[in-house]
Structure formats: structure tokens, C-alpha cells
Design a binder for this molecule. Structure first.
Ligand code: ADP
Ligand code: DP6
Ligand code: CO
Length: 361
């Protein structure tokens, strides 16, 4: 390694979007490797709105690996961060920066320490899949800095070991995480079903009901469901395999009514599993329930599915509209039922192509 005495810093920065599952992952068959009990399908959001941005720096002056999340130092001692760091270091390549006179050989990465800073531009640990954006971004940025040549699919298997849902954020558009069969998890990877231009008209609206950190993390919640919910086994073995096939077909043929029907049904069954867990887990709150009622009433009055809703492990609603016109009508209805307080800082709307962020209730 050159530049033994002087202090230099080499950095890489990347951004990764979050993804929202339309067929949910809930339950692991292997906790350490993060292998799921069913396939899942998600849509990756536009990175302009909900994303993690991570910078990784390496320097001979760093004495240990350290990480800051949203400006606060966090411990890297958990198995998930260690697994991602180890897997990427194993695959690291030679790196040269001629201008700075830096040369890092691939075997040197084992001894070099990293400083990592990540920032989420949306609520962390509030059920908007921050772990998905965060670990996808971490793995991608590490791979960039360390000149890792692996394909996206292989990187997704590493991101999966940080947080299961993270493997799906390695791709844009609609993405499937295949549960796989191999004991080492090498076939438990993400595959892109359709690119982000395949179904351009779709609009996703995020209604932020609460940006507070949830009481039960996804990891703990799903562990308790696996241990205690009889409904979960039925869901994973009998319901999800058929739904995954139907969802793939709906995506391929841009069939909004089927996408909406399957998405709402799967969200509701996931929350039914949470209630079936002992002690029960309540991720949704009264505002979430009022949003479901609003959409259900509207869909019924029109005689066809106008809008789909889905809730991850938190109270925040993700609403999917078939086009901008329906999205506009939906926003009007949401604002009528949940008028933002005039002086509130929270009454900020981020209007974009794919998502609209609003603190409701
Ligand atoms: P969420 O619903 O937001 O995904 P989880 O309970 O699944 O909530 O995961 C939250 C955890 O994910 C955080 O406590 C943190 O450990 C990790 N995480 C969130 N954002 C990042 C990030 N940008 N970089 C690394 N890890 C992150
Ligand atoms: C409800 O991926 O956050 O959002 O693998 O333990 O990190 P860990 O859990 P995580 O769980 C996500 C659960 C979900 C559904 C989904 O994203 O598929
Ligand atoms: Co998560």
C-alpha cells in the first residue's frame, strides 16, 4: 500500500430508493442468513423522494470501522452490518487513484477501516422500509468504493443479509425476491420483473400518518409471528404462492384492477397475521383504518377499483393510483378528510412524478 505515512481519504457516495411490497415478506426460515418463508414482490420508488444516501470513506488514519445514521453514531457490532462488510471485503478488488497517489490492493481491504455516514430523506424505522433503502445503499456504496465486480443479483444477496427487504431495492421498477432453496442462501436473490418505464402511468402516494419510530421492529415482529401465528404458515404455504403468480401476470399485462385487488388483500392478510401473533402487534392505527375505509368506500361506489392501499410494518399508508387524474382525485379526498393544520410544519407536500408526501392526522 502506498502513502503509508501521509493521511489520505478515499470516498464513494451513492443513493438508493426504498421499495414497497405489494406481496409482503413476513417471516424467516433462517435468521442469520435472512432467508424468507415466501417469495415477495415490490415496487421501487423514485429515488428523488424516499431514499438513503450513503458515503463510505477509507483512510489509513481510521482506527476502527464507524457509522453515523442521520448524524448520530450507531454501533456496527450487530451481525447484519458485520455480514455486509465481511461479504463485500471478501469480493473487493484493487483500487488505484493516480492523482492522489493511492493504491489499495485487494488483500489490503481486510486491514483498512471504514467510516460510513448515511442519511434518510424520510422517516427512519417508521414502516416506510428505511432498512431496505439503507442496506441496499450501504452494500452498493461499499461495492463502488472497493471495486467489487459482482452483478446486481449477487449484490442483492449481500444486501439481503443486512435486511431482507433491501435485496429488492437493488433494482428499479417491479422486483421479486425469490425465496430460493439453497441452504447458503445463494439463490435467495432479487430479480427485476419489469423496469420503471413499463407501467409509467402508475402514481404512488405516501400518506405519512406518523413519522415516529415504531415500537416493534420488523425483525422482532416477524420473529414473534413465526413463533406464534398459525395463520402465518397457512399464508406462506397456501396463499402467497398463488398470489405471486397472479401478481406477476397483473404486472406483465398492466392490469390495474388485479394489482389493486391483490395488493389490498395481501396488506390486510399481513396485518391479520400481526393480530394473530401473541402478543398481538398493532402496526396500523385509527388514521390508517380511516384511510382504508375511505379507499374501500370509494372503490365500492365506483363499482371498480380506483385505488390500492398497502401498509408495511407501521401506520403509514402507501396508495397506488392508475394515473395522475385518479391520483389528483385521491389527494382531494385525503385532504378533505385529513385537513392539514394551517400552521403546521408537517403540512408540507412534496409533489413529484411518483410520490406525494403528506403528514396526515
Ligand atoms: P423500516 O420499516 O423503516 O424498514 P425496520 O425496523 O425494518 O424499519 O428497520 C429500521 C432499521 O434499519 C434502523 O434501526 C437501522 O438499523 C436500519 N437502517 C435504517 N436506515 C438505514 C440506513 N440509511 N443505513 C443503514 N441502516 C439503516
Ligand atoms: C412488512 O426487511 O425490514 O416491510 O429482514 O428483519 O430486516 P428484516 O425485516 P424487513 O421486513 C420488511 C417487512 C415488510 C414487508 C416487505 O417489505 O416485504
Ligand atoms: Co425494514
Amino acid at each position: 500500500m502506498a502513502a503509508e505515512t501521509q493521511s489520505w481519504v478515499l470516498m464513494a457516495t451513492a443513493r438508493a430508493p426504498t421499495n414497497i411490497a405489494v406481496i409482503k415478506y413476513w417471516g424467516k426460515r433462517d435468521e442469520a442468513l435472512i432467508l424468507p418463508i415466501n417469495d415477495s414482490i415490490s415496487v421501487t420508488l423514485d429515488p428523488d423522494h424516499l431514499s438513503a444516501t450513503t458515503t463510505v470513506a477509507v483512510s489509513p488514519s481510521f482506527k476502527q470501522d464507524r457509522m453515523w445514521l442521520n448524524g448520530k453514531e450507531i454501533s456496527l457490532s450487530g451481525g447484519r452490518y458485520q455480514n455486509c462488510l465481511r461479504e463485500i471485503r471478501k469480493r473487493a478488488g484493487d483500487v488505484e487513484d493516480e492523482k492522489k497517489g493511492i493504491r489499495i490492493k485487494k488483500e489490503d481491504w481486510e486491514k483498512m477501516h471504514l467510516h460510513i455516514a448515511s442519511y434518510n430523506n424520510f422517516p427512519t424505522a417508521a414502516g416506510l422500509a428505511s432498512s431496505a433503502a439503507g442496506f441496499a445503499c450501504l452494500v452498493f456504496t461499499l461495492a463502488k468504493l472497493m471495486n467489487v465486480k459482482e452483478e446486481h443479483g449477487d449484490l442483492s444477496a449481500i444486501a439481503r443479509q443486512g435486511s431482507g427487504s433491501a435485496c429488492r431495492s437493488m433494482y428499479g421498477g417491479f422486483v421479486k425476491w425469490t425465496m430460493g432453496n439453497d441452504a447458503d442462501g445463494s439463490d435467495s436473490i432479487a430479480v427485476q420483473l419489469a423496469s420503471n418505464t413499463h407501467w409509467d402511468d402508475l402514481v404512488i402516494i405516501i400518506a405519512v400518518v406518523s413519522s415516529k419510530q415504531k415500537e416493534t421492529s420488523s425483525t422482532t415482529g416477524m420473529r414473534e409471528s413465526v413463533e406464534t401465528s398459525p395463520l402465518l404458515e397457512y399464508r406462506a404455504k397456501t396463499v402467497v404462492p398463488n398470489r405471486v403468480l397472479q401478481m406477476e401476470e397483473a404486472i406483465k399485462s398492466r392490469d390495474f384492477a388485479s394489482l389493486a385487488r391483490l395488493t389490498c388483500a395481501d396488506s390486510n392478510q399481513f396485518h391479520a397475521v400481526c393480530l394473530d401473533t401473541s402478543p398481538p402487534i398493532f402496526y396500523m392505527n385509527d388514521t390508517s383504518h380511516r384511510i382504508i375505509s375511505l379507499v374501500e368506500r370509494w372503490n365500492r361506489s365506483e363499482g371498480s377499483l380506483q385505488v390500492a392501499y398497502t401498509f408495511d410494518a407501521g401506520p403509514n399508508a402507501v396508495l397506488i393510483a392508475p394515473n395522475r387524474k385518479v391520483a389528483g382525485l385521491l389527494l382531494q379526498r385525503l385532504l378533505f378528510q385529513f385537513p392539514p393544520p394551517p400552521e403546521s410544519e408537517l403540512a408540507s407536500y412534496i409533489l413529484g412524478d411518483k410520490s406525494i408526501l403528506h403528514e396526515a392526522g
